[in-house]
Write a protein that binds this ligand. Structure first.
Ligand code: FNR
Length: 341
């Protein structure tokens, strides 16, 4: 059943990419153009460092899959793309591995094809410390993501309905594994209150995982036979809103959810992200056009990101936070409602 769900998620996520309107709240963030701000390209580097982690580029392929034969092949290709471009790479949820150790290869391929890369294991917030450690060991992972997804579980026909143990369990895992723990949403966003709570639980990094891209309420609605939750479509805060909200929250943040092109990456970095994650957009490229096309696409993104930093006068991704930004429309209203200057 899990293997079938994993295949459904891939199919429905790619269908959603094809139907997406193309617009999201990143469009309400603009750089003020300063015509003389530019640097020389040789002065610009893409390295980023946060919570004791160093990446050569501030981009990563975020958690997607594993657990079935087909998704094992997808993971193999994602690992090859990560190896060839130097981006970090997260596994999909490793629950399937705990239930059926025979599918271990569909996850461990992430490390096998990418021995020198930064690989992130992924578990849910009910995993025991022992399971979380096994997930890290299987991938020889450099960090562990714990995904929090109450909206998805609620809409998922076979989903979890008990959430109160999640926060204490996150604290136990953070204390019990020996790699940095990243807590991530799957597309509904982390509020600043949640980020502060995570800090208190010993979590090192928050992946804000906001609205604007892959929508798991829609995906799970697509898997329901009866009584869908169509009204939960568009639930949550956009990634841009989460970045603004979390500015004073105290943890390093990663941004993911609805990242469509290198300008969105630059916008997220300018709003304070230490790194930017992409799932749906890259999955679609891989499935439509193959692994070479994905490698080419990521290479072009990194090249264009360097070009944008050069034009904007930022020597590093972190220096983008000094750029002047304009916040418009509903995002501006969000800032007013949340008391953000
Ligand atoms: C996901 N995502 C996800 N996240 C997670 O923590 N564990 C998981 O197993 C999965 N599975 C998964 C499957 C598929 C097919 C997709 C497309 C996505 C969520 C993902 O990491 C990310 O948070 C969201 O997809 C939002 O980012 P994008 O797609 O808008 O870039």
């Amino acid at each position: 059943m899990i293997a079938q769900r994993k295949d459904d998620h891939v199919r429905l996520a790619v269908e959603q990419q094809q139907q997406h309107s193309g617009r999201n709240q990143f469009d309400e963030v603009a750089f003020v153009h300063h015509a003389l701000a530019g640097l020389d390209r040789a002065e610009v580097g893409l390295g980023t460092a946060f919570a004791g982690i160093s990446w050569q580029v501030p981009l990563y392929i975020n958690a997607m899959t594993g657990g079935s034969e087909r998704t094992g092949l997808i993971n193999r290709d994602l690992a090859i793309a990560a190896r060839e471009t130097g981006v970090a790479l997260a596994s999909g949820s490793m629950s399937a591995y705990f239930k059926d150790p025979d599918c271990a290869d569909t996850f461990s391929v992430l490390r096998k094809e990418n021995p020198g890369g930064f690989v992130i294991a992924n578990v849910n917030a009910t995993a025991s410390v022992d399971k979380a450690s096994r997930a890290v060991d299987l991938l020889q992972a450099d960090a562990l993501q714990i995904h929090v997804n109450t909206v998805q579980e609620t809409v998922m026909p076979e989903g979890d309905r008990s959430f109160s143990s999640w926060a204490p369990r996150i604290g136990e895992i953070a204390a019990g594994v020996d790699v940095p723990v990243i807590v991530k949403e799957v597309g509904f966003g982390l509020s600043r209150e949640t980020v502060r709570r995570l800090e208190g639980l010993g979590v090192r990094v928050a992946d804000l995982g906001g609205r604007g891209g892959t929508d798991f309420a829609r995906i799970e609605n697509g898997r329901r036979r009866l009584g869908d939750y169509a009204y939960l479509t568009d639930w949550g805060q956009s990634t841009a809103a989460c970045l603004l909200d979390a500015q004073e929250a105290g943890l390093p943040v990663l941004a993911s959810g609805g990242v469509r092109h290198p300008l969105d990456v630059a916008r997220a970095l300018a709003l304070g992200a230490s790194g930017v994650g992409v799932s749906g957009t890259f999955l679609r490229t891989l499935l439509d056009d193959g692994v070479s096309a994905l490698i080419e696409r990521i290479t072009v993104w990194l090249d264009q990101l360097t070009a944008l930093l050069t034009m904007l006068g930022a020597r590093t991704p972190a220096e983008l936070t000094h750029c002047d930004l304009l916040i418009r429309g509903e995002l501006r209203d969000f800032c007013a409602d949340r008391g953000i200057d």
